[in-house]
Write a protein that binds this ligand. Structure first.
Ligand code: SF4
Length: 263
């Protein structure tokens, strides 16, 4: 059975993660473009990112704490549209809690760094390039230029710090961003900084050619499989209790390894 939709034009790190977790999840999200229901955690993440985007987009000397706090209401209006409110069943109490949690994250962030001292090459930077015949696309939260003149990829995380044995997978997306930067800008970022802004801690890792090559190789292998499954008209399911439990499509997937109620 052929798909009614065209093959996606590019592969982003998050859709690559979907594919690697379960090809059927990629089919539902990237090929069939089924909507993902809003979740409280993802909405809070978008809310925080919206505040930081505007804050770091301002001129360096204007990036004060007052400006950061003043950006919260407008970011909330942009992120909490009617659809999101309905899906989250967001009443006044829940919205007040969400606002105060975002405010607390902004407080924590302002302890982690002084945004007035940040020098960057861009925020919410959209990059695309075809590498090893694989069309890649990504949006970087921020690309800094550090005091040594080196590029540093900065990624904000609003979830919990990973366990030590999961740290490598936390860097996977950003290491693919590093390959995109190198291809598009002609310069490989020197480091990646994951800022866990809810907890006030960062994880940092150097970027090496070996790592970016490995990430591109994995993406290219996945893209070849995606094309094959697309041509075949179906992506196989790879159910697992832990994967299906957090899958946005478990309510429509006949192979889900969990019993779920409709979202
Ligand atoms: S519910 Fe499980 S098997 Fe189905 S798409 Fe999601 S992860 Fe894959």
């Amino acid at each position: 059975m052929a798909f009614a939709q065209a093959l996606p034009r590019s592969l982003s790190p998050s859709r690559l993660q979907d594919f690697q977790a379960c090809p059927r999840r990629y089919q539902y999200g990237a090929v069939e473009r089924r909507e993902r229901p809003a979740s409280y955690a993802a909405t809070k993440g978008r809310f925080v990112h919206a505040v930081f985007e505007k804050l770091l987009d301002a001129e360096a000397e204007q990036r004060s704490a007052d400006l950061a706090y003043s950006l919260i209401p407008d970011a909330g209006r942009r992120v909490l549209d009617d659809k999101v409110r309905a899906e989250l069943a967001l009443d006044a109490d829940a919205e007040a809690r969400l606002n105060s949690e975002v405010r607390a994250i902004v407080d924590t962030y302002l302890v982690m760094e002084d945004p007035r001292l940040v020098t960057h090459e861009g925020v919410e930077l959209r990059l695309n390039a075809t590498i090893e015949q694989t069309p890649l696309f990504g949006i970087l939260d921020r690309l800094d230029r550090d005091a040594n003149g080196d590029l540093v990829i900065v990624d904000y995380k609003t979830g919990s710090l990973p366990r030590r044995d999961y740290e490598s997978s936390s860097f996977a997306n950003t290491e693919l961003y590093a390959a995109l930067c190198e291809e598009k800008l002609g310069e490989r970022p020197r480091r990646i900084r994951l800022m866990y802004v809810a907890q006030g801690e960062s994880l940092e890792r150097s970027v090496t050619e070996v790592v970016t090559r490995a990430r591109v190789g994995a993406a290219a292998g996945a893209w070849r499989k995606i094309r094959g499954y697309f041509d075949a008209g179906q992506f196989p399911a790879r159910p697992s209790p832990s994967g299906c439990r957090f899958c946005d499509f478990s309510n429509i997937c006949p192979d889900a390894a969990v019993t779920v109620s409709a979202h």
